[in-house]
Design a protein around this ligand. Structure first.
Ligand code: RB5
Length: 150
């Protein structure tokens, strides 16, 4: 499947989302911008849901969500079945979130990390692959949690 990235932010993450969007555009990575469209105050769960649904329904391969800390987006997105959202503060976290956790949504905190680091994190996340088969058993246990079987 061609890589498509769904982007979303609240007002605190808006400027970082625009920087990430520009980066994806420059590098020819297909993306859809699900808002917000300005620094006017909005509620981050609304955008976590929009992006989470695009990924969960298979319309996007990955999601990227920006808010002030990355925490609210991470908590909200992880309520959606099929979403494994990771708030990453380093490229190591981004790589391991993909390799070990098969994360499909990256959360970024605009008030926590700078934009240059954020772009490095985005690149690492998008270029890392879930490879380690021993982690599949653990991910299946997370699916059981989602289904209320634990
Ligand atoms: C908005 O002020 C802020 O609370 C939000 O962007 C985020 O940091 C929440 O986790």
């Amino acid at each position: 499947m061609e890589q498509i990235v769904a982007l979303g932010s609240d007002h605190a993450g808006f400027e970082l989302k625009e920087i990430v969007k520009q980066h994806l555009q420059t590098n020819g990575i297909k993306h859809i911008d699900l808002g917000t469209d300005s620094t006017d105050a909005v509620d981050y769960p609304d955008f976590a849901v929009k992006v989470g649904h695009e990924v969960a329904y298979g319309n996007a391969s990955y999601g990227i969500l920006c808010c002030g800390t990355g925490i609210g987006m991470e908590i909200a997105a992880n309520k959606i079945k099929g979403i494994r959202a990771a708030n990453c503060l380093s490229t190591t976290m981004a790589r391991l979130a993909r390799e070990h956790n098969n994360a499909n949504v990256l959360c970024l905190g605009s008030r926590i990390i700078g934009s240059i680091l954020a772009i490095d994190i985005v690149n690492t996340f998008l270029n890392s692959i879930f490879t380690e088969s021993r982690h599949t058993r653990r991910l299946n246990k997370i699916i059981s949690l989602e289904e209320g079987n634990v």
